[in-house]
Design a protein around this ligand. Structure first.
Ligand SMILES: C[S@@+](CC[C@H](N)C(=O)[O-])C[C@H]1O[C@@H](n2cnc3c(N)ncnc32)[C@H](O)[C@@H]1O
Length: 339
């Protein structure tokens, strides 16, 4: 990880994580029993990292029991999509219970909607995450995969995924890298050895971020680069460190590449989950063979965003045409037949 000269003003003091607040409250008063209607489990006194450890084990078991085989990216993609969700109204119905109530086909439809909706907001990053959601866009989705995805989603929710990722505040979501654990658990030890894919544990990344960034002022135009990013653990630690100092990581320019496309896909999703902001450039690239990959990636990003803008424009125009046609139809209907 390297901090390059240049970048941005500050903001937002970071609140205590929810589990710390819950523990403080529990210490101050005896806990009241919670009345729950569904099966969605919570672990309020486990740290986010403990929840993530258990989750990766439960999800991996669910995947290998339901399906196994070489398409582990489906399982990673299900967790990635769910980690992009936060309840619209925190005091409304329990999102976990709602997901647990879905049947396999409904779940697959919801996953398509999450990727599609997020594509409109973050087209470049969702394109980069393609290996995680490609299977959902095939002409005929494999029912066995849908079945396994459903089992995986249930395992993720029941292990407390939304306790870790379902916060409105990205600062709270950036304490942990759920996808890193999952990539490591799904890839066999042989593949990891061959690819050198051993992600750095969070406490080590946090320490490195505090040493590399330290008290340095984050100034406009600054960039942060990880040329062997994995799922982005170093970026997460840097963003947390910057937030802890009362500054906004979304003001930086972030660059991350890896030779493994699944790692790149996870890094892209993580950068949304952790709120790295609008200036994130990620690519599958070999740092040794293509050191200037950011130039290529920036131009790919511009093309993808331009394409999204055209799709948006077309959808807006079509909606306006349909509205005009409806008005015209109503106006030209004979009296008495108008709705
Ligand atoms: C030890 S992991 C570190 C990942 C992350 N930076 C972290 O600290 O958790 C090394 C990563 O480097 C990637 N890698 C190996 N050789 C590379 C290369 N020539 N260019 C880009 N990435 C590479 C691997 O795919 C792997 O994800």
């Amino acid at each position: 990880m390297a901090l390059l000269p240049g970048a941005a003003p500050l903001v937002v003091p970071r609140p205590l994580p929810a589990w710390v607040q819950a523990a403080q409250q529990a210490a101050a008063e005896p806990p009241k029993p919670k009345i729950r209607t569904g099966q969605h489990q919570r672990a309020p006194f486990a740290t986010y990292r403990e929840i993530a450890n258990r989750l990766s084990e439960d999800v991996t078991n669910a995947w290998f029991k339901a399906r196994g085989g070489s398409q582990g990216t489906v399982a990673i993609g299900v967790v990635a999509a769910l980690s992009l969700m936060a309840p619209a109204d925190p005091s409304g119905p329990d999102l976990g219970d709602e997901i647990l109530a879905l049947n396999p086909d409904e779940l697959a439809e919801m996953l398509r909607e999450i990727w599609g909706f997020t594509w409109f907001r973050e087209p470049f990053l969702i394109e980069r995450a393609r290996p995680l959601h490609d299977w959902l866009h095939e002409e005929e989705t494999d029912p066995d995969l849908v079945y396994a995805a459903h089992k995986v989603a249930r395992a993720a929710i029941q292990s407390g995924l939304l306790d870790v990722t379902g916060h409105k505040d990205p600062g709270l979501r950036a304490d942990v890298d759920v996808l890193s654990r999952l990539v490591m658990a799904m890839n066999g030890i042989a593949k990891r050895r061959a690819d050198g894919e051993f992600h750095t544990p969070e406490p080590v990344c946090d320490l490195m971020a505090s040493i590399i960034i330290g008290d340095r002022a984050i100034e406009p135009g600054m960039s942060l680069l990880d040329p062997a990013a994995g799922s982005g653990q170093m970026l997460r630690a840097a963003a947390s460190h910057i937030r802890d100092r009362g500054q906004n990581p979304a003001n930086l320019h972030w660059y991350a590449n890896d030779i493994d496309e699944v790692a790149v896909a996870c890094c892209a999703v993580n950068s949304i989950v952790w709120g790295l902001g609008p200036n994130v450039v990620i690519a599958k690239a070999d740092s040794l063979a293509e050191p200037d990959w950011p130039t290529r990636a920036r131009s790919e990003r511009a093309e993808i965003i331009a394409h999204r803008n055209r799709v948006f424009q077309q959808a807006t125009t079509e909606a306006a045409h349909r509205k005009a046609l409806r008005l015209l139809t109503n106006l030209t209907q004979p009296q008495g037949e108008a709705a």
